[in-house]
Design a protein around this ligand. Sequence first.
Ligand code: SF4
Ligand code: SF4
Length: 434
Amino acid sequence: MSQPDIPFPQSPVLPTMLAETHEIEFSCHKGIGCWNACCSNIDISLTPYDVLRIKTRLGISSTEFLKDYTVPYEFDKDSIAGIKFRPVEGGTACRFMKPEGCDIYSDRPTACRYYPVALLSMRKQDEYVDRDSYALVKEDHCKGHEVNRRITIADYRKEQGLEEYDELARGWRQLVLKKKSSGPTIGKPSLRSRQLFFMACYDIDRFREFVSAESFTKLFDLPQAEKEALMADDVALLQFAFRFLRQVLFGEESIALNAEAAQERLAKVQEKRLIEERGAKGYGVELEEAGVLAAIAKDINVIQGNLEQGLAGFDDQTFNHVVLSRTLQTVRHTERILSEMLRVGREAVVSFPNFAYWKNRLAVMGGRMPVSEDLPYEWFDTPNLRFFTLLDFESLCAKMNLVIRERQVLDEAGRLVTEEPNFLGSLAVYRLGR
Ligand code: SF4
Ligand code: SF4
């Protein structure tokens, strides 16, 4: 079992787990002797839904709210972050405490609503299902326990508006619990993942910008109508943020990736697996400065060099696989590059568009150069220098004594083509050896 998620870690939580049906004796009302005592010395963690409610109430952005009203903390060492209320300057009292009571009462955070009940969320390892139970916090200064009013925890939660608050923070709580309970199977999230978690959970206005940015659209295949609905609704956007984080942190894919991004991701997963399983390492070769910088930004090992001049920087048989993805048709020295790939690697993996694909044939018969998913350029801006087919490539392999160990042919939708590949295939992938 993971540690309970106790909202009052420093408080004297009575060590009895209570069910919702348990009756507590408690009432808090203006005029009670301890009025505002609990708000004078605060340690209040905030949920993402708390942030959303309060920043809306204050009429400021989530970024401003985080900067001015909160401090971050870590749930565990080196793990994902939570946020707490920042007390008044140089003191311990809540900034919203006024003599007449809470200044944001109808939007007060979850922890304030629960008090003096503590929510204990627990889960088994690697499960998303969390089980809620409760405990009672009894502090000497709180006279509410002396008032003769009995109420079940279920009714107290209703009275305090907690059903809505818990429901809208459930996705966040599940992420936190999953991270806490997953331990070494998931491992420590990268700095980038932790930054994404913080932004998506707490800084909803920045997350909105992130989702509307072109880079997000390039990566994720989100229907326009769904995107517009998210942009207009903070609560829906927050629920989407939890979905997004499940994908980023735990690989649970619920938001479709664009085809190119999916392919890149698959290559990264395969590279990572190779690194983990065999201690293998991957490198990219890139000519352009901008491409080198982009690869570094994506954490990809990259060497700046010109493929046309071979792979002189690498020794013979350094790698298990050398991959040339959709590039062979753009290079001048085709034979030299294939030879070099099989000099530095035990196997070469090559993919290229098939110019004999039926739609390409049709375009040429209609008098135009083909433009398709796998041939996305117009004749005047294409980087392609060579126009060849599966049959052409296989005849070159025979001439060079290259062994075709595997061939996979795909149509424009990425489906495997097994019959008439030279006619029905748009993209070909070959695994070659000597
Ligand atoms: S938000 Fe309101 S209820 Fe909560 S600690 Fe501050 S003043 Fe008290
Ligand atoms: S009764 Fe408890 S919750 Fe109410 S004001 Fe006093 S200390 Fe705070």
